[in-house]
Design a protein around this ligand. Sequence first.
Ligand SMILES: NC(=O)c1ccc[n+]([C@@H]2O[C@H](COP(=O)([O-])OP(=O)(O)OC[C@H]3O[C@@H](n4cnc5c(N)ncnc54)[C@H](OP(=O)(O)O)[C@@H]3O)[C@@H](O)[C@H]2O)c1
Length: 358
Amino acid sequence: METFGFLIHPMDMDDIAKKYKIAKKISPKVIASVIKRRRPFVMSEITGIRSITGKEAIGWFIAVPLLPNQFFDLEESYVVEKIAKACEVGRKEGAKIVGLGAFTAIPGDGGREVAKLTKVPVTTGNTYTIATAIEGIKEAARKMGIDLASSTLAIVGATGSIGSACADVLADQVNELILIGRDTTRLSGLEEGLSKRTKRTTISTSLSAIRTADLIITVTGAVDSVIKPGDIKPGAVVCDVARPRDVSELVIRYRDDVLVIDGGIVQVPGPVDFHLDFGLPKRMALACMAETIMLALEGRYENYTIGKDISIGKVNEMMGFAKKHGFKLAGLRSFEKKLTDAYINKVRENALFSGVTR
Ligand SMILES: NC(=O)c1ccc[n+]([C@@H]2O[C@H](COP(=O)([O-])OP(=O)(O)OC[C@H]3O[C@@H](n4cnc5c(N)ncnc54)[C@H](OP(=O)(O)O)[C@@H]3O)[C@@H](O)[C@H]2O)c1
C-alpha cells in the first residue's frame, strides 16, 4: 500500500470554530495566540484511493495550527520548523511523502527549507496545480467563446511560483500578456524572459491593469481577496487558483456578466473518503493534494516540487500521471458550486447586454 500525508491549516476563525465550538466565544487575538503554540496533529485518515491501474493509497491530513496571516507575520524560522514538525507527524503515522497544502507551501523558499528539516520527502503540489489551472482556463474560455490566440491574458501574482509558470506555458498561446505583481524589478525580469515569445507583454503593480483582460489567472499569496467587482471587464473569465481566494465573493453577487472559476479542483479515482469536510464535494481534492497522491501511487518518494522554479517538463509528467491513474479536472466550478452550461450561456448573454461583441 502506498502512503502519503497532506498538510492543511485553518483559513479563518470559522474553520477553527468548526473544530472547537468554544472558539466562537473567545476573542480572535486570544485564539491566534493559543493556536500559534499548538502542535501539529493528525486531523483524519484518507481512505479508498484507487488508481484505474488498480494501485491503492491511504493518507493522513495533518493540521498545522496557524492562520494565514501568521505564516507571514511570525518569524520565518518558527513557521518553517512548525511545518517540518507536521511533516514528521505524517512520517511517524506512515506517510512516505508529504504534500504542503495552501500557505504551508510558501515559507522557506517554497518548501526547500522544510525539506532540509524533515526525513520525509515533500512536494508543494504546485506542478499539477499549474496543469489544472491552464486546463481550466482554456475550457472556460472555449465555453465563453473567447479565442485564446487573440485574447489578452492577465496573470495576478505573476512573479510567484505558480503565476510565473502559467505565464511561461501560455506566453506564446495568447495575443497579449499582462503580468501583475508587487515588485517592479521581479516583474521586469519575468517580462524580459517572456517578451521574445509573446506578441505584446506589459507589466503592472496595479490591479487596474486587469480591466482590459479577457482571461485572468489569479494566484497571489494575499491573505484577503484582491479582486473586486469593479476590476473585471464584462465577458471575462477569471480562474482563481489562490487559497484563500483572491476573488471577492462580491464579484459573484454583483457581476453576472463575468465567469469566475475555481482553479485546481480535481476528481480523485476510487471510493475516496477524506473523513473531513474541507468544503469540496465527495471525491474531489485540490490539485496540490492530487499531486501528492499521484506521487505516492507512482512510488516516487522524492522531493518533487520544491523551490519557486517549476519545470515545464514536470508539468507534462504530472499530466501523464493524471491520465494514467484517472485523475481529472472536476468540471468547471465556482465558489464550490458546479457550473452548468445554462449558467455559462446566461453569463455570455449578460456580457452581450453589457456591450461585449464576440
Ligand atoms: N488550488 C490549489 O490546488 C493550490 C495549490 C498550491 C497553491 N495554491 C495557492 O496559490 C497561491 C500562490 O502560491 P505560490 O506557491 O505561487 O506562492 P508564491 O510563489 O509565494 O507567489 C505568490 C505571488 O503573490 C504575490 N503576492 C503575495 N501577497 C500579495 C498581496 N497581498 N497582494 C498582491 N500580490 C501578492 C507575490 O508577489 P511578490 O513577488 O511581490 O511577493 C507573488 O507574485 C497561494 O494562495 C496558495 O495557497 C493553490
